[in-house]
Unconditional design. Sequence first.
Length: 405
Amino acid sequence: MAPTSVPSLASNMVARLFRRSIGIFFMGGFVTALVGLLVPRLTLIDRLDYTRAALVPFAFHSSYLLFALPITALLVRTGYMRAIAAGLAVMTCACVALGGAAWIGSYPLLLLALLCLSTGITFLQIAANVVQPLVATEGGGAARLTLLQGFNSVGTVLAPLIGAGFLLQLGALGRLPLALPFLACALVLGWLCIVFWRARDLLASHPAPERLPLAALGRVLRQPRLALGALAMFGYVGAEVTIGSLLANYLALPTILAIDPASAGRLVSLYWGGAMLGRFAGALGLARIAPARLLAGVALGAVLLVGIASGAHGMAGAAALIAVGLCNAIMYPTIFALALPEERGLAAYASMILCMAVVGGAVVPLATGALADHVGLAAALVLPLLCYLGIAGFACMIALSPAKR
């Protein structure tokens, strides 16, 4: 075999993995945004308070903390591709259960199905996110991951446009329309599971994740970049989920746009659309601007926009909060790439810790919902604002440090 064929084979493997990853990133975004529509459904139509409705993102994001460690142990034993296939299988079953829970109107079963769904997504978060930077043959892991997050955002844009008519309107068919989007997702996820299982040996030539005893996790946690990156990830996911889940409620306020729930739900697609455009643009911008500096800039932009939304009325407040989606665009992949340790054998465990930090999507929305029940929704936006301040602090620390990625 000619020496030039080795990089050619590696590039082919990266390309095949990237093509398959588009589907799981798209569906991850679609399902997540669809779940976000359950909060305005419960508050604006079923008349739950913000705190009880916030149990939806709490259940959906709790599994990242509860199951990240055993999922990582399974990933280390089976490899990245098999772990992704397992996650897709769990998501398929969970979507079927979620459709059934929505149809019969069982809130406890709905929360349990959401926990199962996020368990499947936890597989994807740990395996799919870390494998892209690891297999990159020419560097640019952050840019490749940002591009995939762009396809994730395509899903988050389409979900409110399609799902609002099913989840945020009352019709003659009762609760049946609530189940249909989730059952459709189950069909697509099941097909993707088969695709990844058939390609389970795609990364056979790539070094397997390093196995570490549980006591050695301290070696991973002692890395300041990773510890602070995990805090930034906690804040980012918490702020993004909070705004995405409560945006329809905010837009429907009499002091903002005073529109019906279905119209407000469709406008949420603009929030996710900003993230979509920003991620495709960010994939180019990260090739020209240091990732840490770009992250600091967008985090400070988000602080300004949330501050405006918390005090403004009418179209100004609506436009400011929707525009936060554009600032969110590069945050997840950039924080992820900046927080990974230099020692690649530790990457799977670092990914686990960053995935556990996604529990911010459970904690921050619940805290914001509880605060909103007491001081109002607009004033409660101070909590996501503080999260963005923390992200800016992490980015500035990395930008000023001698070793940068």
